[in-house]
Design a protein around this ligand. Structure first.
Ligand code: ADP
Ligand code: NI
Length: 206
């Protein structure tokens, strides 16, 4: 594997994600890569493969790529071009294949587990809160509503984000997730306190 492989991957993904405003920007990839590397070191997976997988995990995401199959093929070609072996490329592809929350898959390899944990951590805590409202704003979604069917950003915490703690794969990931979970529950408590202060909605006082 080339020594500059991380730099090459960064260079490759830059134009793909630099304009994103839905929480999938370049910084998401870098944060996931850093945590993926850190968790790999603590859990006994290859840290460079973990970092690479973090940088590349959303390249073929159907929300972001016009043609996921072509994106996946190009990613494979790049990895081989940067000097990874067929087995290493396969390991990364397998890990990325199981990362998505929606598909609900549990990764088989330690690499897959740390990558999924790193991606989940980035949806939690203060960064997760920021991403949720950025995503909601980009999609024209309301912040909050008393109608549980309104599909608001606050509802997304209950639908997904508050469940992530119990879905973490690794002890190291769970340790960080506990802190981030508390940050989210503190935020929601405070949100409700402010939102419903002084007797709730203004039309009720009429
Ligand atoms: P990823 O592809 O990185 O696994 P997602 O696409 O599921 O994650 O979500 C990206 C970010 O947008 C996350 O922070 C997530 O919480 C947020 N997000 C996804 N769906 C919604 C939604 N319906 N409302 C608000 N935020 C959302
Ligand atoms: Ni992601």
């Amino acid at each position: 594997m080339d020594s500059g492989v991380i730099q090459k991957a960064l260079h490759y993904i830059q134009p793909l994600f630099e304009k994103d405003a839905t929480g999938h920007d370049l910084d998401h990839m870098k944060r996931v890569a850093r945590w993926s590397r850190e968790l790999a070191l603590r859990e006994g997976a290859d840290p460079t493969l973990a970092e690479l997988a973090g940088l590349l995990h959303d390249v073929d995401d159907a929300k972001l790529s016009q043609n996921p199959d072509a994106s996946r093929r190009e990613r494979r070609e790049k990895l081989l071009e940067w000097g990874l072996s067929d087995a290493q490329v396969e390991e990364i592809e397998q890990a990325i294949e199981t990362v998505s929350f929606r598909k609900g898959k549990v990764p088989a390899s330690t690499l897959g587990k740390v990558l999924q944990d790193a991606d989940r951590l980035d949806a939690m805590g203060a960064v997760g809160i920021a991403r949720t409202f950025a995503f909601g704003g980009a999609k024209g979604q309301m912040i909050h509503s008393d109608d549980p069917g309104a599909g608001t950003s606050v509802q997304h915490f209950h639908d997904k984000l508050l469940h992530l703690l119990h879905l973490m794969n690794t002890d190291s990931g769970r340790q960080e997730a506990e802190h981030r979970h508390e940050t989210m529950t503190a935020f929601l408590n405070e949100f409700n306190r402010e939102y419903y202060a002084l007797g709730g909605k203004s039309d009720e006082s009429k």
